[in-house]
Design a protein around this ligand. Sequence first.
Ligand SMILES: Cc1ncc(COP(=O)(O)O)c(C=O)c1O
Length: 395
Amino acid sequence: MTPHAKPLGASYPANLLDLRAREYPWEARGEAVHFDHASIGVIPQRARDAVAAYNDKRAEMHRMRADDFFPQLDRSRALVAQLIGARPEEIALTTNTSWGVNLAAYALPLGPGDIVLGSDGEFPANVYPWMAAAKQRGFTFELVPMQGHAVDEAEILRRVQTDRRVKGVALSWVSFWTGIRIDAMTLGAACRASGIWFALDTIQGLGACALDVRKLPVDIVSNGAQKWLCAPWGSAFAYVRAELIAQMEPPAAGWLSQASAGDFARFLAYDPAWRDDAQRFEVGSLPIQDFVGMNASLELFLELGPSAIEDYLGGLTGELWNWASSRRDIRCLTPPERARRAGIVAIVTADVPGDSARLRSAGIVHSVREGAIRLAPHFHNTPDDARRVIETLGE
Ligand SMILES: Cc1ncc(COP(=O)(O)O)c(C=O)c1O
């Protein structure tokens, strides 16, 4: 990539340059700039290699060893737990975010007369499961109208504090569209104080931002690893707070959800007791090759440090925000405050289709959602990459 004349304020940490060359060689060579983690994250070289090696072995089963099966999944739970400050027993591996949302909608203790609050403007993965579960289980799922293009957090807070019928709140941590990060701490604390379940879809936040469930009052987190955790499709997880697990009847059962799971000598005992950890929400065989990839990606995140990534990305997205807000003809849907942003900067230019085409021609992978250009860089993107976006769209 050609060096650009006007460097941005944000500097690229020296330790990341080598890492970028190693993990994203195509990007270091200037083949493309990936600003599309809000759609699909890019898999680092180490995860590519791990998945390829695993699949090679899988094709020649006689080369596989006991460590290649359940211990890989144990490692996934341990790494996810380390990433979010949970215990491995609180992690259920899933294959997408939607499964964790369904788990919350179908298994949280809710029933007729109860209200669960969501928000207009949510990604549908966090709406349809609640609608369907409400119909089946008899509770009411209510979409709170937005305030402008943001979740009306003040109204949700008011309802949580005053409406005794409200028994659950289900939101995305970060909007797929505007990139706005809700104040999960304030909402979660209010829910906890009122005995209300708080379920969070974190897929658009985790990886771009650090998450610590020891500090954040949240009951269920669901997260696919395919976006901001730069892992293969099919790798995902749900966190269920330890105290809640025993209160939740799994919505689906299988040979691995039972207390007898793993005891290959007792297949035919048909013991109906559930596992007492979050694995009661896992049903059957999982795509181990995808979790092997996720493990390699999570090791990279843990090596770099989730907070260090958040800091760097906060600077980089801040530069994009500063540029966008300096242009009179661009409306920025993402707010300037760092605590209210994650990795997305969503902008509405005077010519969204034309500008999107220009970005594409310049090799900048991005997406358009709800009429806005969604720029979604990550730790491997340099200020030079951001400058390439700015120069393509004009100073
Ligand atoms: C907020 C949110 N939730 C969920 C998903 C995807 O769900 P799943 O992992 O089930 O495909 C997306 C993807 O765009 C999203 O933005």
